[in-house]
Design a protein around this ligand. Structure first.
Ligand SMILES: [Zn+2]
Length: 315
């Protein structure tokens, strides 16, 4: 249940909120009936610019809670620098990010995937889909997902601050959801990971907010052809092979991590800069970093930790 501004009277002096009852809860539609709530805050916390009040039932604590939603204007600081980073969101790796400093980070999303297998299995074991246990499992799953998204966005923003990034290009979600023919991708094939478009939307929103606090702008750019185009020579060819997560360019005679290649194309924004010509940085760029991104695995106690370099030596 939600109260909007016209149903809320906020008494900031006495730390009180008066919530009007809906017409259907009153004796007479026009009766003056209210719920008066007094609140306490931690020292240093002021409740102001109240936008909404939500009544939320906490299953675990078996009680109702009121959530006060306030608008907080943040002063956007100057960006940490003028560099651009590119993020490719996907299924096999949740996020790949390419930096102008010629290095790249990969976030396989191991925790999300493990949960994506574990929770549906546990939920399926319950006979009654409306049981408390099922409700608890769904809640736990969604909390862990939210936690992962926040931790990932925080980690990426920290890396961007270190690297003087002022702008993050994110591949637009249209491209993530649709295959080359414009049809919705069959997510089920990938093992019921529950990584639907909304997960990417949700993550992008969190990233946008956390980046903004650091003065970094998040910009959606077209993902068209970013997986088919070589980020070094700019050659775009349907016959370019993507195997075992590797993008193989015959012109460059090189193999890159496919998601890093996509992220680098998104960073360069090849669609906008006319993909007819090669990416502006030229063919003399080093390519080793495209094959060997830093890999960050997530664990609940330590957060994101760099993994020992794994080089895929298979042909
Ligand atoms: Zn190439």
């Amino acid at each position: 249940m939600t109260w909007k501004q016209n149903g809320i009277r906020h008494d900031t002096k006495n730390n009180r909120v008066r919530l009007s009852k809906g017409a259907n809860h009153k004796e007479h539609p026009r009766a003056r009936e209210y719920i008066l709530v007094e609140y306490e805050t931690r020292p240093g916390v002021t409740v102001e610019n109240l936008q909404q009040v939500r009544a939320v039932y906490d299953q675990a604590k078996e009680r109702w809670e009121l959530h006060l939603v306030c608008k907080d204007e943040i002063e956007t600081p100057d960006p940490p620098g003028n560099e651009t980073a590119g993020i490719d969101l996907g299924i096999s790796n949740f996020a790949a990010i390419a930096y102008s400093t010629e290095d790249a980070d990969l976030y396989p999303g191991n925790r999300l995937k493990q949960d994506g297998y574990y929770f549906p299995k546990e939920i399926a074991k319950c006979d009654d889909s409306s049981s408390d246990r099922v409700t608890r499992l769904h809640k736990k799953w969604s909390e862990r997902r939210a936690h992962f998204f926040h931790a990932l966005a925080k980690h990426i923003v920290e890396r961007c601050v270190e690297k003087g990034v002022g702008r993050i290009n994110v591949g637009d979600l249209e491209g993530v959801r649709k295959d080359e023919n414009g049809d919705s991708k069959n997510w089920g094939k990938h093992g019921n990971l529950d990584l639907h478009g909304w997960a990417f939307d949700r993550f992008t929103n969190i990233l946008e907010y956390k980046a903004k606090v650091e003065g970094i702008e998040v910009v959606g750019v077209s993902e068209r052809d970013t997986s088919k185009t070589c980020c070094i020579c700019g050659k775009e060819d349907d016959s370019q092979r993507v195997e075992r997560g590797l993008y193989v360019c015959e012109t460059c005679n090189a193999a890159f991590n496919a998601d890093v290649n996509g992220a680098e194309n998104i960073r360069l924004n090849i669609t906008e800069s006319n993909s007819e010509s090669a990416p502006s940085l030229g063919e003399d760029r080093s390519t080793g970093w495209l094959a060997q991104p830093g890999v960050y695995l997530y664990d609940l106690s330590g957060g994101f930790q760099p993994q020992e370099q794994v080089v895929d030596s298979k042909p």
